[in-house]
Design a protein around this ligand. Structure first.
Ligand SMILES: [Zn+2]
Ligand SMILES: [Zn+2]
Ligand SMILES: [Zn+2]
Length: 341
């Protein structure tokens, strides 16, 4: 568990590891490690004792917890960035600074028993199961009084920060609304005051009409390359209807979202040769203002570029692939069919 520290000028929060801090020499050897490929994988069936006890699993009738027979298995992160309180008060000050304990939850969602499952070629049924698991875990935590915000992220590949090859997502329940979402909320509020309506609804409508940046759409979801993409082949999936809470999806909407997510993953992973990527879900805050203002979505950023001095210093990304070209390319990639690495 770490400590949340706030930059007093920008307001940005940083989670600083206090208990299990890395020593400087660990960074030197870390560069040589890849994603581990051999040895016992704690996420594979048969190795359930290598993880903390499961908090949820979809498993075959008659199989016991922490034994094989599961399709999806959720366990607490062995080294959580956010976790239960350890006694001290939540918020404290130090001179001009503010800090608080990183209260919350940090879970690992093992989305398939198959170590080498290719996330770009998952059958629709498996993606539906993944989406159901995401919704279930949101619902499990959204009424926890210490949690202000829940996000689910998926890291794929070493360059994207995945420390294990076995496909898994992570849920973070944190005690504040992250600045990325605060920024979006402020923009949505401004848009509503100036033009009425929801910015994301307007974008979806425009992207569907023009089609230049459209990658995929079904009845209820659209997948597109955002107009101001931050990295090459950035792609979003967003519901066509206005709604703020990811976890409010019913079964039919979950199936539609699974179809859109599967198309997005297949096109990005196949089209870009198994590229590393991160995706995350942005949903409305659990309690604080947001209400009917927010419009949830999934953002996927492939790891094809490295931020250099200007990007880091100015916060202005230099985009080398126009989103219109990226979208045209991804539109042409088949969702079905063979895929070899
Ligand atoms: Zn494994
Ligand atoms: Zn909207
Ligand atoms: Zn967002």
């Amino acid at each position: 568990v770490s400590e949340l520290r706030q930059d007093p000028v920008t307001g940005l929060w940083v989670a600083v590891a206090t208990e299990r801090a890395k020593r400087p020499h660990e960074f030197i050897s870390a560069a040589k490690w890849g994603v581990e490929t051999s040895g016992a994988c704690p996420f594979c069936p048969g190795n359930e004792s290598e993880t903390p006890p499961e908090v949820m699993a979809y498993r075959m009738p008659g199989t016991a917890p922490d034994t094989p027979g599961w399709q999806v298995r959720v366990v607490p992160n062995l080294y959580p960035a956010f976790g239960p309180a350890t006694g001290e008060s939540a918020m404290r000050t130090e001179g001009p600074y503010r800090a608080m304990h990183a209260l919350g939850v940090h879970e690992v969602l093992i989305i398939t028993p198959e170590h080498r499952a290719d996330i770009g070629a998952l059958p629709l049924e498996d993606v539906k199961t993944l989406v159901r698991c995401y919704v279930d875990r949101y619902l499990a935590h959204r009424n926890d009084p210490t949690i202000e915000y829940i996000t689910i992220v998926h890291n794929h590949g070493r360059e994207a920060g995945a420390s294990r090859e076995h496909p898994h997502s992570q849920l973070f329940g944190i005690p504040l609304v992250p600045s990325a979402v605060e920024t979006e909320l402020a923009g949505l509020r401004r848009w509503r005051e100036e033009r009425a309506g929801c910015a994301y609804c307007d974008l979806v409508q425009y992207e569907c009409k023009t089609g230049d940046r459209l990658v995929y759409e079904n009845e209820q979801f659209v997948v597109f390359a955002p107009y101001a993409s931050r990295v090459p082949f950035e792609t979003w999936s967003i519901p066509k209807a206005h709604w703020g809470d990811f976890e409010a999806m019913n079964e039919g909407q979950q199936a539609q979202f699974a179809d859109a997510l599967r198309a997005l993953l297949a096109k990005v992973v196949r089209g870009l040769n198994g590229v590393s990527f991160n995706y995350w879900i942005h949903s409305a805050p659990c309690r604080t203002a947001g209400g009917d203002l927010y419009h949830w979505h999934l953002e996927l950023l492939p790891k094809l570029s490295i931020q250099a001095g200007f990007e880091l210093g100015a916060g202005v990304m230099i985009e080398t692939v126009p989103p219109e070209q990226a979208a045209a390319f991804l539109r042409g990639v088949d969702v079905e069919g063979a895929f070899g690495r």
